[in-house]
Structure formats: C-alpha cells, structure tokens
Design a protein around this ligand. Structure first.
Ligand SMILES: NC(=O)c1ccc[n+]([C@@H]2O[C@H](COP(=O)([O-])OP(=O)(O)OC[C@H]3O[C@@H](n4cnc5c(N)ncnc54)[C@H](OP(=O)(O)O)[C@@H]3O)[C@@H](O)[C@H]2O)c1
Length: 345
C-alpha cells in the first residue's frame, strides 16, 4: 500500500528475549505482517522505506520493562517517504537507524540524530550498498579507530582479527598503505587466501584450523606485534598481550565472539600492560562521527579507483529472510558486508 495513504503494510521481524549464555537462533525471531496507520509525524520526524539492510553482527535489543518481544534495530539505506524534517525531505536517500521492517518511523531524538543523507555524496562509481559497508559507518569506524587509537607507524606490525570481515578488510589495507606489516586471521582457507592474494596482507592464518598462539607467534616472528586490532573480543587477546612490543597498542573495536554468547575472555597476563607500557583502548563510533567528511574525502577516491578493494554480498530477498541471513553471517557464510535488498529504489 502506498505510504501516502493512511495505512501501511509493514512486514516486521520481532525478536524474543534471548537467555544469557544462549547463542541467537531461529526460534528467537518471528515475522509478522501488519496493516498499520501511517504515523502522524511530529516535528523533525521522518518515515522511511527501508531499501538495503546492512546485516551487522551486533543487533541491539531494546526491551521496555516487562516486554518479552521487541523490534530489531538494524541500519539500512532507506528512502524518506514522509517528513517533518527539512534536512531529510521526501525522496531523500539516507542511512537510517531503522528496524527490521518495511517502513520505519524515525521518531526518537537519538535516532533522528543518527540519520545521514547519502544521496548528496554517494559516488556513481561504487554500488550504493557500499554505503552500508566500506564507505558507511563500518568503514569509517575502521579508518577512524585505526588512526585515532592505533596510531600506526610505517615499519610496525599490526594483527587484525576477523580480517576478512567488513572492518577487517579495510583496516588491513589502510595499514598496508601506511607501510605496516599486516597479519590477519579468518575462519576459512578461502578467506585466508583472499587476504594474502587479493588484499595484499603479508600473512594470514585460519583461526579455526590452526592453534592461534602457535600461528600468531610464528607469523609475528622476531619483530613481534605493535598493534592488535581486535574485532572478536575472545582469548586471542591473551596471545597478543604476550607478543606485543613495548608501547604496543590494543585497539578494542569488536566483540564478534560475544555476539554469539561465547564466554568472555579472562586474560591472565594483563601485567604485560604495565611492564611493556601498552595502551589498551576501546573505540565506539557513535560518539566519534566528527571526521566522517574527511573519511569520505580520503577513502572514496581509493575505493572508486580500486586501490582499496572490498568484497561484499547483496542478497535480494524479503524482510522475512533477515533473521536467517543474520544467523548465517555470524556463522561466517559470507566474506565482508552482507546486505539484504528488500525493495527497489
Ligand atoms: N566499536 C564500534 O564502534 C564498532 C562499529 C562497527 C562495528 N563494530 C564491531 O566490529 C566487529 C566486526 O564488525 P564487521 O561488520 O566487520 O563484522 P564481520 O567481521 O564482517 O562479521 C562477520 C564475520 O565475523 C566472523 N566471526 C563470527 N564469529 C566469530 C568468532 N567467534 N571469532 C572470530 N570471528 C568470528 C565470521 O568470519 P570468519 O569466517 O572469519 O569466522 C563472519 O564472516 C563486530 O563486533 C561489530 O559489532 C564496532
């Protein structure tokens, strides 16, 4: 049904409260199809039609008191179909903090503040889906955290976990361009080959088939590590703390293992932080978007020219497939960003 009419047909995924220590599975999600009144917008609010969902490893569940089921928060490239916000007029293309549903009413001030117009800056030389990944918030996170927290210097060695993923692909390539030696890990031999043969990593290993300590010690060699760019938040950090050189850095950005309710790590060697004067620092993108313009200025031409490569997947399917594709993403089925295109522009 047209969004201009009083009613909307909205396909929506709902998620149930997932008990502690249980990894998300299919039974936690259900899809409903609802006929709803098109919302009467208040000042600054917009209604968007979601076009290309970005499947991000985290999904935020926001349960109000006493609620056992809620909408799923997930970013999307979306089209504004109704608006009370001059910055986001009808027809504008935005990055939207949407829900897993056909139409999202963006009404909370913190969500309105997260809306980003992309129609004015999207490059015609790259697919639009790239703004969910390498040229979107994940790419910016990689670029900004590597520089602001990692402080990479030519000649140093960086180790990137989940290196074939959205952030990992860019982090490794940016570090390489800065003159670092780059080591990565990923969960299949195909991904490992992609890192070394296509993205130019100096070395990589399969963390599922090799012992992490043995592989990383061998690949770091006598030069050791200077930066651990942590996207997984698992016990690999204990190995890295042992291999880091004095004044090395741990850039804590992702917790892929915890998204699947794996036990959090309890490193026994934190004393390395003291004696090697290491820096262990977390990074959260939503508090640090002030350099987005600079990021697009610097990285867009590199992606357009192919100097920076990226692998992503665009699935064309319905809202009702988001949960199963999300679970497959966590299981490592795809390489890089997974987009689900649910409507045409
Ligand atoms: N701090 C921030 O502001 C910020 C911003 C954006 C993203 N993030 C976080 O950064 C992390 C990476 O995000 P992304 O979008 O680049 O995801 P991603 O790496 O593309 O995630 C998917 C991949 O994760 C890997 N994976 C899943 N479980 C794993 C585990 N237990 N150990 C190691 N690898 C595992 C799988 O690859 P394999 O086949 O290699 O296992 C899968 O293909 C996420 O935790 C995300 O939430 C943080």
């Amino acid at each position: 049904m047209s969004p201009n009419a009083k009613q909307l047909t909205n396909t929506r995924v709902l998620v149930a409260k997932i008990p502690q220590d249980v990894a998300p599975n299919k039974s936690h999600f259900r899809t409903v199809v609802l006929t709803e009144e098109s919302p009467a917008l208040q000042n600054n609010e917009v209604l968007v039609q979601n076009i290309i969902f970005s499947l991000d490893p985290y999904i935020r569940h926001e349960f109000a008191e006493g609620q056992e089921e809620t909408k799923v928060i997930g970013f999307a490239i979306a089209k504004v179909v109704d608006s009370k916000n001059v910055g986001f007029p009808v027809g504008a293309l935005v990055l939207s903090p949407s829900n897993w549903e056909s139409y999202t009413h963006v009404s909370r001030p913190e969500n309105i503040a997260e809306l980003l117009r992309i129609d004015e800056l999207a490059s015609p030389k790259v697919p639009l889906s790239a703004y969910n990944g390498i040229l979107g918030i994940p790419g910016y996170t990689s670029w900004d955290s590597l520089h602001s927290v990692g402080n990479p210097k030519a000649g140093e060695t960086i180790y990137v976990s989940s290196a074939a993923g959205t952030l990992g692909q860019l982090t490794g390539q940016l570090a390489k361009r800065k003159g670092l030696r780059v080591i990565g890990s990923a969960g299949s031999d195909e991904k490992v080959a992609f890192l070394t043969k296509e993205l130019g990593f100096d070395a990589a290993f399969n963390y599922k088939t090799e012992d992490k300590r043995e592989a990383l010690t061998r690949l770091a060699g006598e030069r050791g590590l200077d930066i651990y760019y942590d996207l997984v938040g698992d016990d690999t950090v204990e190995v890295a703390l042992d291999l880091l050189n004095p004044r090395g850095r741990v850039v804590s950005v992702g917790i892929l293992s915890l998204h699947q309710n794996q036990a959090p790590p309890a490193p026994h060697n934190l004393v390395n932080i003291l004696f090697k004067q290491l820096r262990f620092e977390g990074y959260l993108v939503f508090e640090r978007t002030e350099n987005l313009g600079k990021f697009w200025e610097e990285v867009t031409p590199l992606v357009e020219s192919g100097e920076i490569k990226f692998k992503e997947t665009v699935l064309e399917s319905g809202v009702e497939t988001l949960a199963e594709n999300y679970l497959a993403l966590l299981a490592g089925k795809w390489t890089g960003k997974v987009n689900v295109k649910v409507a045409s522009l």
